[in-house]
Design a protein around this ligand. Structure first.
Ligand code: WTA
Length: 648
């Protein structure tokens, strides 16, 4: 974090903002007085339960929590039907904007009907309560409709980001044993149709658990259909709409979402129903300050990530919010696309990632200045630490110099926002996630698990169970315990380092494990290393996340070539060719987001006597510093050799 950080702010909320804010100071007092009663109230006030719960929290099987025990509800009903019943059927749920410029408004009444039809189609495809359904879709309304259709039936969705490769899709389908896949012919990306369906064909070729594939027609490109495939429109038309629905136990699984961990195998983080929906709805209300029926909200994430799950689908729709759903990239067809949408749709709450803000900074403030952004009143940031310079730029150029910015810290595992300012209460300190939201107990602790004092650095932990916490790793309870609950006794270890400043504000400093954060996307060093060593030319690989001005971190790989490839690498052009081939190989194994920005061919890697690669030293090289202390290396001269080799 830059030294200038504390030069900015703090910025107290304006009295006008505070007065109208959903999240008031009293929330902290209520939560402090009785945390469980506080959450029970949120659950009952924000959701509609078919059967009330009789116990708030059961922690007897820690670290697996049960929240709102005995309660029953239907998530799709909570996110769609009940808003129609309340008389808000004509309210727009989604202002969809396609990348080519096509637009489609979907009201809550229409959303409800579409979800009922899609649930009917899934039922007809054989989907029952508890079955897994994999979704591999672009950012189109059908992605949201599919998720809610699964929830309506009590089926468990596993959304796989459309940027992942067919290999990555295959392992996720296999791990969750998905019965049905929902995909599209393709989506639009940077002005061109980009196919998705062929990747599904590849991912389910050979032995598979998948029995049916529903295919949404988005691009209309020529698409080969097999006997497992059904066009979405045909399936919806043919099926009996699932107007009636069952209600499910508060702890019934809602979804699995894969994320990178410290090992090569992605973790299937799984979330359940009542607690997840409660915290997603509550945080969306008090942190983003949504006033349903008045605000137009826009979260720019992809539904393939947790941010899209909680803050495009479940939180906002449970709250009955009107939102923008945009298919494409911020610079297609021009660099003002986002701001044009904000202007046209009168977006009042805008939630995005620091990497996007920094990219817009690079393009220049003249671009947003061309648009009328006066509707904007709240800004949010998520995914990585936001540097104070980007924070100030965001506020000045998008937020009219006064909109509060909520910097929200959370994870796939936490399910919903854990730390953030409340925009009507907190004096904002740019760059700091500040404090846990009411109801959450976060802390910064030292190696022994003792709270650090102000001005000190340590590890970020959560002390008490929270409603939207993960209930485990799909099919691997032990890994769940080992990963999150073994580092400190009785505390959840998030994997992030953090600092408490002199005023007690918490600053998240980034991962302390082998997880990288590239453009707010989580990537595992070892997953990319395994992808690299599976390339014919590579003998060994080490990957580090190197600081990058725009993307936060960038993937930097060091590879040792196999004997056969060494001659080829001696020639500059051929080496470049080889490097490109390795990059594409990683793209094929994992997805384009995982392709290393740089690949450096080296003769040796720095290893300790026990054979562990010292990534810290490689990070020094990748970030252009002299390598730090190398005395614990088996061969301390390795670093000199690497640096000399690179200077050549
Ligand atoms: C990082 C995304 C600093 C952090 C919601 C965390 C952040 C990881 C912030 C989770 C923030 C997320 N400030 N760092 N406001 N938000 N992170 O699972 O390292 O994709 O552990 O969830 O992103 O990434 P994930």
């Amino acid at each position: 974090m830059s030294e200038t950080a504390e030069e900015y702010g703090p910025f107290p909320p304006s009295p006008e903002f505070s007065q109208q804010a959903v999240g008031q100071k009293s929330l902290y007092e209520e939560a402090d007085a009785d945390r469980e009663a506080f959450w029970a109230k949120q659950a009952r006030e924000r959701l509609t339960w078919a059967k009330d719960f009789d116990k708030v929290l059961d922690w007897s099987e820690a670290p697996v929590a049960k929240w709102f025990v005995g309660g029953e509800l239907n998530v799709a009903y909570n996110c769609a039907d009940r808003h129609v019943e309340a008389g808000n059927g004509d309210r727009v749920a989604l202002h969809f904007v396609g990348e080519p410029g096509d637009e489609r408004d979907i009201t809550y009444a229409e959303l409800t009907e579409l979800v009922q039809k899609a649930a009917g189609a899934l039922k007809a495809a054989g989907v029952e309560k508890g079955d897994r359904v994999a979704l591999y879709l672009p950012m189109i309304p059908e992605a949201i409709i599919s998720m809610l259709a699964c929830a309506r039936l009590g089926a468990v969705h596993s959304v796989v980001f459309g940027g992942f490769s067919s290999d990555a899709l295959r392992t996720r389908i296999a791990d969750g044993e998905a019965k049905v896949v929902i995909t599209a012919d393709g989506g639009y990306r940077r002005g061109k149709p980009s196919a998705l369906k062929p990747a599904v064909d590849e991912a389910i070729s050979g032995e598979t658990t998948v029995q049916k594939v529903l295919v949404v027609k988005r691009t209309g490109e020529e698409t080969e259909m097999t006997d497992k495939d059904v066009w979405w429109d045909d399936a919806l038309e043919a099926a009996e709409p699932a107007v009636d629905f069952d209600t499910f136990d508060s702890e019934h699984p809602l979804f699995i979402l894969y994320t990178s961990g410290t090992t090569g195998k992605p973790k299937g983080i799984f979330h359940t129903t009542g607690g997840y929906l409660t915290q997603a709805a509550y945080t969306n209300a008090v942190v983003h300050d949504v006033h349903p029926g008045e605000d137009v909200y826009w979260c720019t994430a992809d539904v393939g990530w947790v941010t899209g799950h909680s803050y495009i689908v479940y939180g906002p729709l449970a709250n009955g919010v009107t939102q923008v759903l945009y298919e494409g990239t911020p610079d297609s067809p021009h660099q003002g696309r986002w701001w044009e949408i904000v202007q046209n749709k009168k977006v009042s709450i805008f939630y995005t990632a620091p990497t996007a803000i920094r990219t817009c900074m690079k393009w220049g403030k003249e671009i947003p200045a061309e648009y009328d952004l006066s509707s904007v009143r709240v800004l949010g940031s998520v995914g990585e630490p936001i540097n104070p310079e980007a924070w100030m730029w965001f506020r000045d150029n998008i937020g009219g110099g006064s909109a509060p910015i909520v910097d929200t810290w959370w994870q796939t595992e936490t399910g919903a926002i854990m730390m953030s300012a409340l925009p009507g209460v907190t004096s904002l300190v740019p760059g700091s996630a500040q404090a846990p939201v009411p109801g959450i107990t976060a802390d910064v602790v030292d190696e022994e698990g003792k709270s650090v004092g102000n001005g000190e650095t340590g590890y970020l932990v959560i002390r008490d169970p929270w409603p939207s916490m993960l209930r485990g790793i799909w099919g691997d309870l032990q890994r769940y315990k080992d990963t999150y609950w073994s580092r400190f006794e009785d505390m959840y270890f998030a994997g992030d380092g953090a600092k408490r400043d002199e005023d007690g504000n918490i600053w998240v400093l980034g991962r302390v494990d082998d997880v990288m954060n590239v453009s707010g996307h989580r990537l595992s060093t070892s997953e990319i290393e395994s992808a690299l060593v599976s390339h014919d030319a590579v003998a060994e690989a080490a990957v580090v996340g190197a600081a990058d001005e725009t993307t936060g971190q960038a993937v930097c790989a060091f590879v040792i070539l196999r004997e056969e490839a060494r001659d080829q690498a001696a020639d500059d052009d051929k080496r470049e060719e080889l490097v490109q081939a390795m990059r594409s190989h990683v793209g094929k194994q994992i997805g384009a987001i995982a392709k290393p920005k740089t690949i450096l061919v080296v003769d040796e890697l720095p290893k300790t006597r026990s054979g562990k690669i010292m990534r810290r030293l490689l990070k020094d090289v990748a970030e252009g510093r002299e390598a730090g202390d190398a005395t614990t290396l088996a061969d301390p001269s390795v670093m000199e050799k690497i640096q000399a080799g690179l200077k050549k």
